[in-house]
Design a protein around this ligand. Structure first.
Ligand SMILES: Nc1ncnc2c1ncn2[C@@H]1O[C@H](COP(=O)(O)OP(=O)(O)OP(=O)(O)O)[C@@H](O)[C@H]1O
Length: 320
């Protein structure tokens, strides 16, 4: 384990009369990818900027290995960040850009070719960064973040605008970095992406903490757990379940093969026992959970700041 915890405590940032981050506390642990999820304007970038010492908190603290960023002796050896992929001198080659970064941060020049190889840019190292595609710029940004071989890595919306191949590549890369024992915090408004990328989720809305849990717990906590049952004796089953105090509803999807019932907030064991005691034959007994998207919408609900035209497309994964 490389160590390298991020500790955010009662962090608040006020811009005029707007609280962009509101009394936020969470920790980010090494060895896993932690997703930082929230709708547009929730305060993710502002939080990351405060962790990186680019914005000063109004109150509270954001520490890396127990210190504020500005007190780190060699920051690039502790933290690497990918905030804005297009932040390079357009006329500099990829290698020259990284050499300049290494020189100005007291890092060995030999590391430049190493990181170019790590991100797969060795063959284009001499090309001008200004002509790079977004995917290549992301890789170059990542190479810069890795220059100091840091224990902690922060990525702000790294897959924005990337093609599917680029998305898969970044996702795998983040997994690799975490498996090496690094602390990886990645922000996104894309739920479906986070479900595939992160193991742990810190969810915020309007600057406030909404949830801090594993992806699985997040879904369990927010989405309705239900049990689906099919039986040739459906009426008898319905009355046995309701007289045991369970809530039964008709399934939203009509089943052509055999009618079914949905029982909320119960377990397959409890329902199987009731059926058994009443001599009722079951043809299906299965538990179901809502999707990550449903869970997110339920939890953030009123916290979604801007309901754009695409609000109904949220189930497709994007929140803006
Ligand atoms: N420098 C600033 N001055 C004033 N308001 C700001 C500033 N930076 C951010 N805000 C406001 O703070 C809130 C949080 O913004 P932030 O960019 O941190 O959110 P976000 O979750 O990263 O969203 P996005 O995904 O859109 O970047 C927004 O309402 C934004 O308009």
């Amino acid at each position: 384990m490389l160590g390298g915890m991020i500790e955010v405590t009662s962090l608040t940032k006020q811009f005029g009369d707007k609280k962009a981050v509101d009394n936020l506390s969470f920790t980010v642990k090494p060895g896993i990818v932690t997703g930082f999820l929230g709708p547009n304007g929730a305060g993710k970038s502002t939080t990351m900027r405060m962790i990186l010492g680019l914005d000063t908190p109004t109150s509270g603290s954001a520490l890396i290995e127990g210190k504020p960023y500005r007190e780190l002796k060699q920051p690039l050896r502790s933290v690497g960040a990918l905030l804005d992929a297009k932040w390079v001198h357009p006329n500099r080659s990829a290698r020259a850009h990284l050499q300049w970064m290494a020189a100005s941060n007291g890092l060995p020049k030999s590391r430049v070719d190493e990181v170019l190889r790590l991100v797969g840019l060795s063959d284009v190292a001499k090309q001008k960064a200004g002509g790079f595609s977004l995917g290549m710029s992301q890789r170059l940004g990542l190479a810069g973040a890795l220059l100091g071989d840091p224990k902690v890595l922060l990525f702000d919306e790294p897959v924005n605008g990337l093609d599917p191949e680029g998305i898969v590549w970044i996702r795998k890369f983040m997994h690799k970095l975490a498996s090496e024992g690094r602390t990886v915090l990645v922000s996104s408004h894309l739920l479906s992406e986070m479900a595939l990328t992160a193991e742990h989720l810190v969810v915020i809305g309007r600057g406030r903490l909404i949830s801090d849990s594993s992806v699985d717990q997040f879904v369990d906590q927010a989405s309705e757990a239900s049990v689906r049952v099919r039986s040739p004796q459906l009426d008898a089953l319905r009355s046995a379940l309701t007289s045991s105090g369970l809530t039964v509803r008709e399934p939203s999807r009509v089943d052509e093969v055999q009618p079914a019932l949905v029982v909320v907030n119960s377990t397959t064991e409890a329902i199987g026992d009731i059926a058994g005691r009443n001599g009722i034959v079951l043809h299906e007994l299965s538990s179901h959970h809502g999707s990550l998207e449903e869970a997110f919408m339920k939890l953030t609900g009123d916290d979604v700041q801007y309901h754009g035209e695409g609000a109904n497309d949220v189930m497709g994964g994007a929140l803006r």
